[in-house]
Design a protein around this ligand. Structure first.
Ligand SMILES: [Zn+2]
Length: 472
């Protein structure tokens, strides 16, 4: 398999350390607000990577964190704690807020048919592991303590900035003016491993004892602690959004490698963002769409998943309601294909010519998936296969096989149950048509259409199906 590695800025041949095992860590959500479609894309892309690895024969061991403490409003150490802010806004405790939005996140994971990680782990359940790592860093001389926090000294880690390709000095120049800076902080790029419950965090509601007094962990340390704990000191793949490259992931590398002396991550995989109608999602533009907004417009989450499949993970995806509707239409069509292939009965004898065709489709699909996840190409191959002349039962088998990567739940597609009332109207219409009363038959057809169904006349009898509009 070929994968783009942010660390080397090249597409490389991916070989895990201990095949067929692949150790995978994916940065999870900070649970202080609703999961939106931008998050949905990120977690779907993680899922596609994971499914692709499994399809190609690897055995994936996956860890994802839930950040329920320590993430400030800026990824650097400025601003309020996101959880505390969320709690203030909702008038609830931080623990209630964390639970509520974790549940919401899990609902999203389920709706998008994202396979659960082997370990879904909360930061607050791993404070001792983080403390252990910070103590190790302190003993190796990588930290310093101020009145407010314990910091990682980035000037002591010679490889700092390697992932983003920024030299320390450049990064310092480019660094945004922070709202508040600890006056004792030595370098702008230094980051907090542990915050003390003093000053601006005097009333911080989540806090634990530590060798540096009462306080709470910085954001970055959790990922290193949990990755090392569950997957070992060196892992195969770590993913995240491209926004995590310059700060969060750079810091994860620094603290992990300083503590263990080993390479932390062999392949860094980063997902590109999603814009809405050409603009960045923001509260002020009111374009922070969630699952509920999709439902209101009649877009199924799996149709949105289909939309995600059509853009490569390293390309910006511009979400529009028009593209979402087109994805819903395509997904409906795909489901119709499944039903029709299923109804086409018995397996026929496969000629050597058709067998070769089948193998060729599978090979091309495999090639697309293994070539840095060219999923849009894999989708095109699927449609080409469906329109080919190979027998239906073999088409269906291959479609289900492709769906191991796509994750569109095609083998669970069910015929929509037509209500009695509609069947009744359709029967009456059929009778009117038989006796040549076309005016009554037309009236009944529009009545059925108003209720969201279409009647199709067949050579013998008729067929009813939901009109595409009713699926919206
Ligand atoms: Zn992380």
């Amino acid at each position: 398999m070929k994968l783009y590695n942010t660390l080397t800025r090249k597409i490389e041949e991916f070989k895990p350390l201990s095949p067929p095992l692949v150790t995978l860590y994916t940065c999870g959500p900070t649970v202080y607000d609703y999961t939106h479609i931008g998050h949905a894309r990120k977690y779907t892309d993680d899922d596609i990577l994971k499914r692709s690895l499994a399809y190609l024969g690897f055995k994936v061991k996956h860890v994802m964190n839930i950040t329920d403490v320590g993430h400030l409003t800026s990824d650097a150490d400025a601003g309020e704690d996101k959880l505390e802010k969320g709690a203030k806004k909702a008038g609830k405790s931080v623990w209630e807020v964390a639970n509520f939005f974790t549940e919401f996140f899990l609902k999203m994971i389920n709706c998008f048919n994202i396979i659960m990680p082997d370990y879904l782990v909360k930061a607050t359940d791993h404070i001792p592991d983080m403390l252990q790592l910070i103590i190790k860093l302190e003993q190796s001389g990588y930290t310093y303590e101020t009145d407010e926090a314990v910091y990682f000294d980035t000037s002591k880690f010679s490889n700092y900035g390697r992932l983003s390709g920024q030299k320390l000095e450049e990064k310092l120049k480019g660094a945004r003016k922070e709202v508040y800076i600890d006056p004792k902080k030595k370098n702008t790029t230094d980051f907090a491993l542990w915050f003390k419950r003093v000053g601006r965090f005097k009333n911080h509601s989540m806090h634990w004892n530590s060798p540096w007094g009462d306080g709470f962990p910085g954001w970055h340390i959790e990922c290193s602690a949990m990755s090392i704990k569950y997957l070992g000191q060196t892992i195969d793949i770590h993913t995240g959004g491209t926004d995590h490259i310059p700060i969060h992931h750079e810091n994860e590398i620094a603290q992990s490698e300083a503590a263990t002396g080993k390479i932390f991550v062999r392949f860094w995989v980063h997902h590109e963002f999603l814009t809405v109608e050409g603009q960045k999602m923001s509260k002020s533009l009111d374009n922070f769409y969630t699952l509920d907004d999709l439902q209101k417009k009649g877009i199924e989450s799996l149709a949105l998943r289909y939309l995600f499949l059509q853009t490569h993970y390293r390309k910006l995806l511009n979400f529009t309601w028009k593209s979402a509707q087109a994805a819903q239409d395509a997904y409906n069509k795909l489901k119709e294909y499944v039903l029709s292939l299923r109804s086409q009965g018995q397996r026929t004898f496969l000629s050597s010519d058709k067998l070769a065709q089948l193998d060729k489709f599978r090979d091309r699909f495999r090639q697309a998936v293994s070539n840095d996840l060219q999923i849009p190409q894999a989708v095109a191959i699927m449609w080409e296969m469906l329109k080919s002349n190979i027998p239906s039962q073999d088409k269906l088998d291959l479609l289900y096989e492709f769906d191991q990567v796509f994750g569109l739940k095609l083998n669970e597609v069910q015929e929509e149950k037509i209500p009695e009332e509609i069947l009744d109207l359709a029967q009456k219409r059929e009778e009117a048509r038989k006796r040549g009363d076309f005016s009554t038959s037309d009236k009944l057809r529009s009545q059925i259409a108003e209720k969201g169904y279409i009647v199709e006349d067949l050579e013998k009898g008729f067929k009813i199906k939901p009109s595409p509009a009713s699926l919206r």
